[in-house]
Design a protein around this ligand. Structure first.
Ligand SMILES: Cc1cc2nc3c(=O)[nH]c(=O)nc-3n(C[C@H](O)[C@H](O)[C@H](O)COP(=O)(O)OP(=O)(O)OC[C@H]3O[C@@H](n4cnc5c(N)ncnc54)[C@H](O)[C@@H]3O)c2cc1C
Length: 324
C-alpha cells in the first residue's frame, strides 16, 4: 500500500491514481485546473520520498525539478510520499495590479507590474494565485520588449471562482502572486518568411495578440493571418488595434469571424476554424497557433494536420477549465 502524507494526514493511494486524484478524492483543497499536465497549477513539492521524474516533472524548469517539485496530476509514485504546496522561494513572483479595463462585455484587461524580474515570451502563460486553493492559468498578451507590464485578458465565467474574483473584487494597487511562466505557444524567430496562421476564440486572442506583435516587431515578413471568433460583434475586442496593425504591416490580415446570424460588412461569417480553413485550405509549410476553447483547439488541430500542416508546426493552448 502506498500512502501520501500531506499536512500530517495520511491518505492511501488507489491503483492507477495520481497524487492529485488521491488528495482531491479525500476532499483536500489543493489547487488544480486542467488535470492534464499543461497548466501547472497543481504544482507540489515532495518533502520525503521520490517522485517519478520523467512523468511527473514534465515541462518544469530545472530549478523546480532540483527542489523536488512535481505536477500532482501526473504523479503516480511507486513508494510513500510526503508532499507540500510549492515553495514560494522557487515559484512566487509578487506583482501589483496596475490596470483593470473591460475590453468587451466579459473580458477584462489586467495589467500587472512584477516586483521581481519575470522572464517570459509573448504567448506563454502565468498562473495567478487567488489563494492557496485557487490558482488559474492566464496567457500573456504582452511582449516583454514592447510592454512595461504583464497583460492578461480574463473572460468572466458564470460562477467562475477566479475569473469572477478578478472581475468583481480585484483592485488597482492590490498585490497578487503569480507563478511561471510556462508553455511553448510562442513565436520562434529564424524563419521570417514562413506563413503563420493564428486562430482563437474569446480570450484566446490574448496569446495570439502577443505572438502577432512579437513576430511583426521581430521583422517577420511572411504572410500572417489572424482569425478571431465570436458569436456576435460584442464578443470581438481590440479590433481597432488589429486594424491599425493591418494598415502598418502589409503582410498581416485580420479576420474577425462571427458565427451568429448578424454579420456586418468587414466580418467573416461562420465559425472561426471553418473560416480559417476556407481561406487557407493548403497549410503545407505554415506554422499554426490555436488558442481558446478546448473543443475548437481539438477540432482545428486535426483539420490543420489534414490540410497539410506538420504536427510539430501546430502550437496549441486549450483553455481547459476545472470541473471541480
Ligand atoms: C494554458 C491555459 C491558458 C489559459 N489562458 C486563459 C486566458 O488567457 N484567459 C482566460 O480568460 N482564461 C484562460 N484560461 C482558463 C483559466 O485558467 C480558467 O480556467 C478560467 O478563468 C476559469 O476559472 P474560474 O476559477 O473563474 O472558473 P471555475 O470556478 O474553475 O469554473 C466555473 C464553472 O464554469 C464551468 N465551465 C467550464 N468551462 C466553461 C466554459 N467554456 N464556459 C462557461 N463555463 C464553463 C466549470 O465547469 C465550472 O462549473 C487558460 C487555461 C489554460 C489551461
Amino acid at each position: 500500500m502506498t500512502t501520501i502524507r500531506y499536512q500530517r494526514q495520511h491518505f492511501e493511494l488507489g491503483a492507477g491514481q495520481s497524487v492529485l486524484d488521491c488528495l482531491t478524492g479525500h476532499g483536500v483543497p489543493v489547487p488544480h485546473s486542467c488535470r492534464a499536465g499543461v497548466c501547472q497549477t497543481c504544482l507540489m513539492r515532495a518533502t520525503e520520498g521520490t517522485v517519478p521524474p520523467a512523468a511527473s516533472q514534465l515541462g518544469l524548469k530545472d530549478s523546480l525539478k532540483l527542489a523536488n517539485h512535481f505536477l500532482a496530476c501526473l504523479c503516480q509514485p511507486d513508494g510513500d510520499l510526503a508532499v507540500a504546496l510549492p515553495d514560494d522561494e522557487h515559484t512566487a513572483v509578487h506583482a501589483i495590479v496596475r490596470k483593470l479595463e473591460l475590453l468587451n462585455h466579459d473580458i477584462m484587461l489586467v495589467e500587472l507590474e512584477c516586483r521581481q524580474p519575470l522572464e517570459y515570451r509573448a504567448g506563454q502563460f502565468i498562473n495567478l494565485v487567488r489563494d492557496s486553493a485557487h490558482v488559474r492559468s492566464y496567457s500573456l498578451a504582452s511582449v516583454p520588449r514592447l510592454d512595461k507590464h504583464l497583460q492578461l485578458h480574463v473572460r468572466r465565467l458564470p460562477q467562475g471562482r477566479v475569473s469572477g474574483w478578478i472581475h468583481e473584487e480585484l483592485q488597482i494597487g492590490q498585490n497578487v502572486e503569480v507563478r511561471g511562466p510556462a508553455g511553448d505557444c510562442l513565436y520562434v524567430p529564424g524563419k521570417p518568411g514562413q506563413p503563420l496562421l493564428l486562430v482563437g476564440t474569446g480570450s484566446g486572442l490574448a496569446p495570439l495578440y502577443g505572438i502577432l506583435r512579437d513576430a511583426l516587431d521581430l521583422g517577420h515578413i511572411g504572410p500572417v493571418r489572424l482569425f478571431h471568433g465570436s458569436r456576435d460583434l460584442h464578443g470581438l475586442y481590440l479590433t481597432d488595434e488589429l486594424r491599425e496593425l493591418e494598415r502598418r504591416f502589409a503582410q498581416f490580415t485580420y479576420y474577425p469571424c462571427l458565427s451568429g446570424a448578424d454579420v456586418p460588412a468587414g466580418c467573416t461569417a461562420g465559425r472561426v476554424h471553418e473560416a480559417a480553413l476556407r481561406e487557407t485550405p493548403n497549410l503545407k509549410g505554415w506554422r499554426v497557433y490555436l488558442c481558446g476553447h478546448p473543443d475548437m483547439v481539438k477540432t482545428t488541430r486535426k483539420k490543420a494536420f489534414l490540410a497539410g500542416a506538420a504536427l510539430q508546426e501546430i502550437h496549441a493552448d486549450a483553455f481547459n477549465v476545472s470541473h471541480a
